[in-house]
Each structure stands twice: as structure tokens, then as C-alpha cells.
Ligand binder design. Structure first.
Ligand SMILES: Cc1ncc(COP(=O)(O)O)c(C=O)c1O
Length: 459
């Protein structure tokens, strides 16, 4: 172990991100300890895991991740938009420890505990709109989607489901069937859930109809009525439209103003439920507690997970009381709403509500301004979009043809890793910027400087 590595492992000050001792690369990653874990993992874990780069985590503090060789990274991906309060937030860790000391499990589907009632009440009151809500707690995002499919069909008595091209809703059968992000996520798994229809999303940079906003008058929404409902499925057979208010895996795509409101109106017209999948974009990430608040709409069902527990596995289906009326025993879960996870979620919501929604807005503006400055200098940046700390930077080979620059994004992500910045791509050639919501101006400027350096080297 190098002297620096030994210091990193024992230095209590290194738990304080304000020491600014990151990023710091002491050995080119993967170092020897990381390599040993990577090799062992490669032998024993499922071949389906993606593994973006050989980051082998030892610990984290704030927006800093330290690997097993003592390298310190600035995290701009938050474990895929999960570490909302950063790593080791003292209030969240204390709540987890306190709950773990009391009891780890009792099964919330069958028995009672205060944390579960408190979290359901909190989420019901936080969700957008004035209607009273009820809440079902899950272990993950895909389970929330799965439950929402069941709830939508059960409550409407209809089978049809509409989702969007580019959407990602999860890996279990129903959620996978709603997903239309990458073909390899479906390959070899058919038959998928029937009665699902995919339509183009409000992805203005790559409008499938070749139109321009606002002169298009939201053609992509009216096409659902004019085309899908006229030719393929009667709207009276459609239970729900599933939409990500900001598309995540599909490329951090923010739909145009008026888009979600138009979907809301379409759903009202035909008695279809609007399900907002806020699993990636919710819990303060966009500078509002929920992204659908930006559009001023009230979903019938809102799904959350990822950032809700700061990394502890918990998700939720939040539905209007008029929708969540399924019969006793219709749905349940052994672990969903685990008491330790409920405590993590309640503590996370405290921190996010008190400080981080505002911070996501302020730091998001700083990050967005910085990325826009980069876009004036690098012609490979075709589009910049985002809300709060959910920013997508789409790279193209040519500004005119907009051919995706997939290799460039991959190279950028790898190079940034070797320089101490954790990034992640999404869509075909988009860089997703989703740091923990606790980042400060220094983190933002440091991350931007590394991206700039990497782009200069790759140009
Ligand atoms: C919008 C959205 N929905 C659902 C999911 C699935 O969540 P999980 O991986 O927790 O099952 C994800 C995961 O990336 C997501 O981004």
C-alpha cells in the first residue's frame, strides 16, 4: 500500500468532503486491490451485469467516492441517480442505525409499524395535486412499475397500456414490456406482456415526425389520438399511459412545455390513468420534489424509488384514493416498506425538502450554464437539456446530420474515470449528469473542468 493510500484509509478528515481532497488519483485505476475484486467478480457474478468501468468502492462521503486503492473520485452519477443525499449523510445514517437497533423486519403487508404509516402519509401529502392519495411501498423501481400495471388494470377494468419509445421502466416482465430503450433489454425474453403500445416521446431534438416546437402544436400528443386510438386500440380499452416526466435511460430527454399537460388532458378525455414514472427524476432531482410539478399536473399514479432511500432499497406507488381501491390481498410484499428503509426514506425526505430541492435548482443552473459554455466550444455537443441536477448532453458526429457520437461518449466516460470523475452515458450518445443533490459550486466547477479537459484530449 502506498503511503497516500494508507493515509486515505485512516484519515478521519477524509470523511469530510469539505477537505477538498478529491478528485485524487494515486494509482491509475484499476489499482491492484481493485483488479483483484474485478477478477473475482468476473468469475462469480452473473454475465448480465454491465459494469461501466472498474470502479471498486471502499467508501463514500458527500459527493466523494473512494476506491479500494485510495483513489478519490467526484461522483456525477450518484449510483445512477440514487445517492440523493450523497454518501453517508449523517442524518440518514443515524436514522438507519436507530431503526436497525429496534427491529429489521416484521412484514408491513401483514402488521403495523409507525415508520410505514408515517412514510405513506408523508408521500401522499408530498405528491402533486390536491386529491387525497394512498401509498403502496415496494423494494425497487421495477416493482413499483409492476404494481402500477396491476393497479391500473384492476382499477379501470381495461387491459391496454401505452408507453413511449426510449422509455425505461425496469427489468421485470411488465416493466420490461413497457420499456423501449434498448433492444438488448428484450432480446430472448419474449413473449412480453401483451396489450402494450409504444408511441414517440416528446423528444424535440430527434422529432420522429420531422416537426419543430412550438409550430408542431404538440403533434406527438395528438398523434396518439389520431393514429394509435383510431387504428390500433380503442381508447376505451386503455387502462393507462406510462410516462417519465423527464426520460432517463432514453437520454435525459425533457419534453417540451405543455407536453405533460396535453397528455393529462388526453387521459381525462378517455378515462385513462396517467402514470408518471418519477423513479429517476423524482425526489428533488429536477429542482422540485417531483418533476411533474414543473408541468403543474396531478398524475393519477406517481412512482418513486431510486433517490427516495438515499441508496436503501425502497420505492412507492402513490395513487389517488379513487384509484387505489383494490381489494384486501390483491397486492402485497414481504419486504416492501422494510422498517429500516422507511427510516432512511423519512430522513432523506427531511433533508431533501429542507435543503436539497433548492440546492438542486441552484447547482443545476450552475452546471447547465457551464455545459452550455462547453457547447459553444465543442461542435460534438448537439443538444443540452435538463432540469435541476438532471442534465443531458447529447453528442453528435455532425451538427447537421445529428448522427449519434456513441464512441465519443464512451471514451469521455472512460477518460473522466481515469481523471477522477464518475460519469455515465444514456440514450444512444448522451452524457447524463446526475450528481448527488448535495454538490456545491466547487464540485460543479471541478466536474466541468475535467469534462472540458477530457473533451480537449478527445477532440
Ligand atoms: C424511470 C425508471 N423507471 C424504473 C426503473 C427501474 O428501477 P429499478 O432498477 O429500481 O428496478 C428505472 C431504473 O433505472 C428508471 O430509471
Amino acid at each position: 500500500m502506498s503511503r497516500d493510500t494508507a493515509t486515505a484509509a485512516t484519515d478521519p478528515a477524509s470523511h469530510d468532503p469539505s477537505t477538498r481532497s478529491y478528485p485524487r488519483i494515486v494509482v491509475p485505476p484499476p489499482g491492484p486491490r481493485a483488479r483483484a475484486v474485478v477478477d473475482r467478480d468476473a468469475t462469480w457474478t452473473s454475465t448480465s451485469y454491465i459494469k461501466e468501468y472498474p470502479l471498486v468502492v471502499a467508501r463514500g462521503a458527500g459527493a466523494m467516492i473512494e476506491d479500494v486503492d485510495g483513489n478519490r473520485y467526484l461522483d456525477f452519477m450518484a449510483g445512477i441517480a440514487v445517492a440523493s443525499t450523497g454518501y453517508g449523510h449523517p442524518a440518514v445514517v443515524a436514522a438507519i442505525k436507530e431503526a436497525a437497533d429496534r427491529f429489521l423486519h416484521i412484514c408491513g403487508s401483514d402488521f403495523y409499524y409507525e415508520g410505514m404509516a408515517a412514510l405513506c402519509e408523508r408521500l401522499a401529502k408530498l405528491a402533486p395535486g390536491s386529491d387525497k392519495k394512498r401509498v403502496f411501498l415496494t423494494n425497487s423501481g421495477t416493482e413499483a412499475v409492476e404494481g402500477a400495471i396491476k393497479l391500473a388494470r384492476n382499477s379501470t377494468g381495461r387491459a391496454g397500456l401505452v408507453a413511449f419509445k426510449g422509455a425505461f421502466h425496469g427489468r421485470t416482465y411488465g416493466a420490461m414490456s413497457l420499456t423501449s430503450s434498448k433492444a438488448r433489454q428484450h432480446a430472448g425474453f419474449g413473449p412480453l406482456l401483451p396489450e402494450i403500445y409504444h408511441v414517440p416521446f416528446g423528444y424535440c431534438y430527434r422529432c420522429e415526425f420531422g416537426k419543430e416546437y412550438p409550430s408542431c402544436e404538440l403533434f406527438c400528443v395528438s398523434a396518439i389520438e389520431r393514429d394509435l386510438f383510431a387504428r390500433q386500440i380503442d381508447p376505451g380499452d386503455v387502462a393507462a399511459i406510462f410516462v417519465e416526466p423527464v426520460q432517463g435511460e432514453g437520454g435525459y430527454v425533457v419534453p417540451p412545455d405543455g407536453y405533460l399537460a396535453a397528455l393529462r388532458a388526453l387521459c381525462h378525455k378517455y378515462g385513462i390513468l396517467l402514470v408518471c414514472d418519477e423513479i429517476q427524476c423524482g425526489i428533488g432531482r429536477t429542482g422540485r420534489m417531483f418533476a411533474s410539478e414543473h408541468a403543474g399536473i396531478e398524475p393519477d399514479i406517481l412512482l418513486t424509488a431510486k433517490g427516495l432511500g438515499s441508496g436503501m432499497p425502497i420505492g412507492a406507488i402513490i395513487a389517488r384514493e379513487s384509484v387505489m381501491r383494490w381489494k384486501t390481498g390483491a397486492h402485497g410484499s414481504t419486504f416492501g416498506g422494510n422498517p429500516v428503509c422507511c427510516a432512511a426514506a423519512l430522513a432523506t425526505l427531511d433533508v431533501v425538502e429542507r435543503e436539497l430541492v433548492a440546492n438542486a435548482r441552484a447547482m443545476g443552473e450552475r452546471l447547465m450554464a457551464g455545459v452550455r459554455r462547453l457547447a459553444t466550444r465543442y461542435r460534438a455537443i448537439g443538444d443540452v437539456r435538463g432540469l435541476g441536477l438532471m442534465i443531458g448532453v447529447e453528442f453528435v458526429q455532425d451538427q447537421k446530420t445529428r448522427e449519434p457520437a456513441t464512441d465519443l461518449v464512451n471514451a469521455l466516460v472512460q477518460r473522466a474515470f481515469s481523471r477522477g470523475l464518475l460519469l455515465l452515458g444514456c440514450g444512444r450518445s448522451t452524457l447524463r449528469l446526475a450528481p448527488p443533490l448535495i454538490v456545491d459550486a466547487n464540485d460543479i466547477d471541478t466536474g466541468l473542468a475535467i469534462i472540458d479537459e477530457c473533451l480537449t484530449a478527445l477532440a
